[in-house]
Write a protein that binds this ligand. Structure first.
Ligand SMILES: NC(=O)c1ccc[n+]([C@@H]2O[C@H](COP(=O)([O-])OP(=O)(O)OC[C@H]3O[C@@H](n4cnc5c(N)ncnc54)[C@H](OP(=O)(O)O)[C@@H]3O)[C@@H](O)[C@H]2O)c1
Length: 256
């Protein structure tokens, strides 16, 4: 797919990977609409990229997704690319008995139910376009879990599985399903809750990640696994226990 003159909706475009993709895609001559929950972050993005269109919307809120669909399809009827990028990553020690039972699945609401609902809501519109795409941002952790973020890793494994099935179901339609599985990438999400766990790790520069993503999409790749993500996929087949134990070395139990 040529990324020029497309109309692209990116969830979570006000920071990190979503913001860098927005910057690149605008520079390539696309119309980009971004969402996020925090209005100040959205305005911050707009002040750096005046051409971007911003809409406050939470992917974990079903009513907000319906409202987003109504607004975007009426203001931007040429919408032909959906990038499901919004996500959170929490550091959770499951031994800690203080975890709220209701809250333990928060990442599922955002990272998994979010993309699934966005796809269901926008699919009829995307199918009407000549050459459309759904790009789901999973993670290298879809292939081997990071022990410190067990729920997050589970959402990404599920999103990988869902993307495979969706791709087959949409065969013969005008909609291509692409999975972008970034490795550890230098963004607020990567450091925020994992200062200790990742202090010795070198993450991919977000600009390099965006370059891989755009090149991969334009080259027709269906699963884009830059850097360590490719290694994780390979190792999940060759030596899954070994690789799990390697990633587990950074786990810092709270001992509660
Ligand atoms: N950085 C990495 O190492 C890495 C590696 C693999 C995969 N990924 C994936 O890449 C994606 C982007 O992550 P990032 O590293 O760029 O993180 P980030 O810098 O923290 O950005 C996350 C973006 O998502 C938005 N967001 C969070 N919850 C949302 C919700 N409920 N509804 C709408 N927007 C929401 C945030 O804005 P608000 O807070 O204002 O809502 C922000 O714009 C995520 O899916 C993440 O899992 C990241």
């Amino acid at each position: 797919m040529k990324l020029k003159n497309k109309t692209i909706l990116i969830t979570g475009g006000s920071s990190g990977i979503g913001f860098e993709l927005t910057r690149r895609l605008i520079a390539l001559g696309n119309t980009v609409i971004i969402t996020g929950r925090d209005v100040d972050k959205l305005h911050g993005a707009k002040s750096m990229l005046p051409q971007v269109h911003i809409i406050r919307s939470d992917v974990s809120d079903v009513a907000a997704i319906a409202a987003l669909h109504a607004q975007v399809t009426s203001q931007f009827p040429a919408l032909d690319v959906l990038i499901n990028n919004a996500g959170i990553m929490r550091n959770l020690d499951l031994n800690d008995a203080r975890h709220d039972v209701a809250d333990i699945t928060r990442e599922i609401d955002i990272n998994l139910s979010g993309p699934l609902r966005m796809v269901q809501q926008f699919l009829p519109h995307l199918k009407m376009q000549k050459d459309a795409a759904i790009i789901n941002v999973s993670s290298g952790l879809a292939f081997i879990p990071f022990v410190s973020s067990p729920v997050y890793s589970a959402t990404k494994a599920a999103l990988h599985s869902y993307s495979q099935a969706l791709r087959v179901q949409l065969r013969g339609s005008s909609v291509t399903v692409i999975e972008l599985a970034p490795p550890g990438t230098e963004t607020p999400l990567f450091r925020e809750e994992f200062k200790e766990e990742v202090k010795d790790m070198k993450a991919m520069d977000v600009k390099v990640l965006a370059e891989h993503a755009i090149k991969g999409i334009e080259a027709g790749k269906l699963e884009i696994r830059p850097g360590l993500s490719n290694v994780l996929k390979l190792m999940s087949r060759l030596a899954p226990e070994f690789m799990l134990n390697q990633l587990a070395k950074s786990f810092r139990p709270t001992g509660v």
